[in-house]
Write a protein of this length. Structure first.
Lengths: 144, 144, 144
């Protein structure tokens, strides 16, 4: 399409796909602090469930811990699937990554069930060679 | 496997993944004319719901508009997910892209629900540097 | 993250994505022998439903044939979706590929339904230029 922003080259695209696979694996396996470490020190995450963003690794860790504890208490596992990903480089060297995220919930004894579908818009930056999320905004299709 | 057609190199594969992410985003957000512009001027789309293919951008635009209006009237959002993608270059410079497409339906107030799974076979061609669909055939597993 | 294993470069990642798209297509379309040929001659597959791994192409073929016959008798199609894939090269030249695999079941007449979500850990090796599975371990979130 005319006027489309150029997308990231294949090596960056593969790196971002790996980044999300690992980041969601940390989240879904309850590795809260490691997950929070995939954000910048002052990283911001605006989930659809909160009026204000969660900022900084300590607050991100705490949020992930509470979510993991809640799921464990219910005997549930969540699996975050990232798909339909576009990665667009910005002039300042950051990357805008836009995707759909499906959350599949699995209860002990089954069945698996599609829980939610979200739209995720991330600004990714590179620090010491590693990609990190500086800003994440997640929205839901089932809410206005 | 012996005798397998060679698949597209990483840069083309990443480009096709980006292509689908954008194309389905246009469709799901009701940008009917922009979506139709991801087909060639005489592009053909054979959906499982019609006996004959839809041909050309005006007809494609109209079809996407009607689909979007129908979903809006029902208070629903569709999200098309492309996965399990193979891209195979043909001798004439076109690409054959085969994938599974899941459609997730989300009603206002929820829940999200897996609506359909289709098989999509596209012939992609490059015009003025951009990939476009010249021919799309979509089939459904739940129909003979 | 500090201490993370380096991931495969883009060309290998694209090749592995193609590998899974084809391998699962063989399985889901009942091409049992072709599917078994995507494992090494002594390849091992530990599914969650069996106490011991299935070893070798004849046994793998037989297992895939039985699964396909069972689905055909029920009038069902399965579609295996691989996602959230990481590919990590090991020192011996093999690749460790870790992913989530969702199985979507579609009955004639519909609807489509999310059947299972598994975690798949493969060791892939290259023989005569082709990737093959030497060892596969699949686990399920809904079982201890």
């Amino acid at each position: 399409m005319a006027g489309q922003a150029p997308t990231a080259p294949a090596d960056v695209y593969a790196e971002v796909q790996h980044f999300y696979a690992r980041q969601m694996r940390y989240l879904d396996s309850g590795e809260a602090e490691t997950w929070a470490g995939t954000f910048t020190a002052d990283g911001s995450f605006k989930p659809p469930s909160l009026p204000e963003p969660v900022r900084g690794r300590p607050a991100l860790t705490e949020g992930a811990r509470q979510a993991a504890a809640g799921l464990a208490a219910e005997g549930q596992t969540h699996r975050h699937w990232v798909g339909m990903l576009t990665v667009t480089p910005a002039d300042d060297g950051s990357l805008t990554a836009e995707s759909q995220v499906s959350i599949i919930a699995v209860a002990q004894g089954g069945p698996a069930r599609l829980h939610l579908v979200c739209t995720c818009r991330d600004v990714l930056v590179r620090e010491a060679g590693e990609l990190l999320v500086r800003d994440r905004v997640v929205t839901r299709d089932d809410r206005p």
